[in-house]
Design a protein around this ligand. Sequence first.
Ligand code: SF4
Length: 319
Amino acid sequence: MNGAPMERYYKYSSYLKDQYHEKVYKIPVNLPLTCPNRDGTCGIGGCTFCGEIGTGFESQDNSLSVKEQLEKNILLIRKKYKAEKYIAYFQNFTNTYMPLDLFEKVVREACIEGVVEICISSRPDSIHDAYFEILKNVSEAYQVNISIELGLQSMNHKTLKNINRGHGFAEFLDAVLRVKTYGFKIGVHLILNLPWDDHDDIIETAKTLTALKVDMIKIHSLYILKNTVMGKSFENNEFTVDSVESFVDKVVDFIRYTHPEITFQRLLGRAPKEETLFCNWDMSWWKIQDMIMGQLESLNAIQGDKVDYLNGPAVKKFI
Ligand code: SF4
């Protein structure tokens, strides 16, 4: 008799089930914000790949209050997915880049019935204890969990410069350690096929995030938006994107070098076709997902099967 198909990587849906024992749905909250890498505080113009709308394509109108946005979405989602528990996901731009009193107001506003977790998306250089003190108080007052998602994109400090991230790797390390001090969950966003990172960079990234014990990883494939610095440079043939096969190889190895307790929120990015110059090799995302799964199966590989580098591998023979 055939059992359930083997899960070759730790899917976010399984992670949520493990955490909450029922269906939980993540709902975006869209605030009228900017980012310190766009307004000149630590950079001008933003990351070279960043479009005007930050990183969210599915959010509600930001003129609505946080409560209104959540209630509107909950109404739709409850009907469609039969979910009763929700994660309020502050997704666009840099959601700690605002005065503390405003931050506290919007976070408290998100604590409505059914919300079990507040997820704050931010940049490594915009993580400060003062915001975490607020989150700690809100978490205790409303009995909600807190998670922080950090955009990193690349662990290679030269690539970070190249894409004008406005921060280096040290800021990321500081941010992760700070989140851990508060006991919040931590997620990291990466683009696995930036043209300036090679296969070894990707393996080293998986090893570093494993050593740091992050909780969640969201992998993006590089999509190139129109009217961006990266878009102009792509149109001028200043760089090329590697093949889909090379991307699949990177994702497969990344999964194998990542600890099995870390969950993958997704394995590739998506963007509306009309807004991009390049997106997923003009293939549907599920076809690429199938290629990744096919390669894991043909290698009989699973998440973490290459995690042999922790806890002093050189001295294991003496122990
Ligand atoms: S950190 Fe995010 S919002 Fe800011 S410029 Fe980069 S991609 Fe855009």
